[in-house]
Design a protein. Structure first.
Length: 150
């Protein structure tokens, strides 16, 4: 078993990164992007203190990092609900399935694409608004013949 990690978490690490799991060696500025992508998908988990290869590196000062994660989640639009806990040397950040999709961070929308988070195109964002029921085709203005959308 990986040092200081439960057998369940060791199994997650052994399976590697994927649609619902992201490894981070340390807490970087792109944590907002990851949280946003998981919020727009079906949820997921970021394990801070784990290398891309699945090696437990660990992180220090968990309380400061928890505060940074919570602050980042609150700064998304709308704010993202997260659960942050220390598991041995790892900081586990869980993003449960969200109800107020779509979510943006820093004015951009992100979605999980396999094992990575990608910025969404305008069409993908519009589709997500429709799918979430926050945009309705019958409320879109109809253009007169010859008018072009701006």
């Amino acid at each position: 078993m990986t040092r200081g990690v439960s057998s369940d978490l060791a199994d997650v690490i052994a399976r590697g990164e994927g649609v619902t799991v992201e490894f981070k060696r340390s807490l970087t500025k792109d944590i907002g992007r990851e949280l946003c992508a998981f919020a727009n998908a079906g949820g997921g988990t970021v394990l801070v203190g784990v290398s891309d290869a699945g090696k437990v590196i660990g992180v220090a000062d968990h309380n400061r990092l928890k505060s940074r994660v919570l602050s980042t989640a609150r700064s998304a639009d709308p704010p993202i609900e997260v659960e942050v806990e220390s598991v041995g040397e790892i900081l586990r950040v869980a993003v449960p399935p969200q109800k107020r999709k779509p979510y943006s961070f820093g004015g951009r929308f992100f979605m999980r694409d396999g094992a990575s988070s990608q910025q969404m195109s305008n069409a993908e964002v519009e589709d997500l608004f429709y799918a979430a029921g926050r945009l309705h085709f019958d409320r879109k203005p109809c253009l007169d013949d010859g008018e072009r959308p701006r």
